[in-house]
Ligand binder design. Sequence first.
Ligand code: ADP
Length: 467
Amino acid sequence: MTVFHVSTVFLLLGLLYLILPITVWMALVKQPSRGITLWCLGGVILGIGLILVGLRALLPVVVSYPIANLVMWSGISIQIAALRYSLGQNTSIRIIFSLLMLSLGAFEFCRQILQNSVLRFTCSMFIFTLAFTYISYLGWHISKRYQLRSARWFSFVYSVTSIVMFVRMSRALVGLSEPDVISQGVDSYLTVAAGFLISILGNFAYVGVVLEASTRREMDAVAQRARQDESIRLSEQIAQLERQRTLGTMSSSFAHELSQPLTAILMDAQAIKSSVVAGESNMKEIVESVEEIEKNTYRTVTLVERIRNFIRPAQNEYERVDLRTVLQDVANLLAYEIRKNNMKIDLQLDEESCFVEGDRVQLSQIVLNVYRNAIQAMQETKNKRIMVTLETVDERVVLRVRDFGSGIADELKDKIGQPFMTTKKDGLGVGLSISRTIAEMHSGSLNISNVVDGGAIVELNLPAFQS
Ligand code: ADP
């Protein structure tokens, strides 16, 4: 019952195998990947092997049997390597080569030494069955790992092919069919059908796998970006809340700071009023009082401006910032706190300006956290000094703030800088972790450690501004 000529069908199948991988490669050329290249290369090599089988009647036996098989097995091995690559697994060329040589040895043993065509055919079919089963397993693995439906189809197509190959092999082994793929008959048509199945459906399913995987990757990337944006937004909110909280705890200091110039303004205004009312207006004195009022109003405005600047949300607008002015501004903000506690900030700043690129508000927040921690750590100590050094070393700006306080508590040593680690009754434990995050966002680092002869030292390291 010859419906078609099996050799011709093998030739067609071979051509299909040559054309389809090239089409696949062209279709996916916009998504260059080693996996796709390997898959298509393997397909083309498999196609050449199939053509050699199709030309069996015309070619010498050694070409159309062992060499054709070797070429087909090599093509399939390369496709296996492509799938393993998609799973992030490397394939050793040495192992592939050894397996190919082992298979060839077994095939040639059956063909030349035993001269047993059934065993030769069974050996070849067995190798195909094993390879297709493994491909089906890899496809299933890919579908599980990346949740790809097309990989499930891919796996299904290859498992059907393996079953067909197995049936074909078993029937030849028990003598129910001819031990040659190109012999006529139902069994050969089965093999041919399986070949068409993997050449067409297999290749299309592979395209599906690649496209689905890349869509999934894009979706994951978008979701990841959204999560990152959300977490940045949240951490900015936390940072802002922490700034507000810090300023809130300092509100009595600010009230005190503001009351001084305001009281002075009031007194000057009253003095002017009384002298005008009493008709003893001395122009020189009035001008002096007005100048005092001006000076104190300016002080008040500066302080309010400083607080306002600090409360506003970070802009994430990076500009050239001189860390020396940040250190000075924050020290001014804490002036009352420092005076009240009989403390002293000793600023030893580099002669040269220390410029970094960053968000001024965020950098001020680091300095405020560090100063505030130092002030709180020195409540019980005699030496109430904060030593601040700032220098530029190898294109990095290094700020060190050393205090003579209690040092980092033993229970905190391993967890220092982790969020919500605090030893203070009213502490939130987020200051250091926020400061570290800000430093990292500025491509820098922040570390805190104890000093041998007492107190703690914080080191902030940032890249210097490149003009
Ligand atoms: P908070 O000040 O709200 O506790 P931080 O994250 O700023 O939050 O600090 C966490 C903890 O690190 C503090 O509770 C304190 O125990 C410790 N710490 C920070 N800076 C110093 C310092 N200069 N000296 C001693 N301990 C410090």
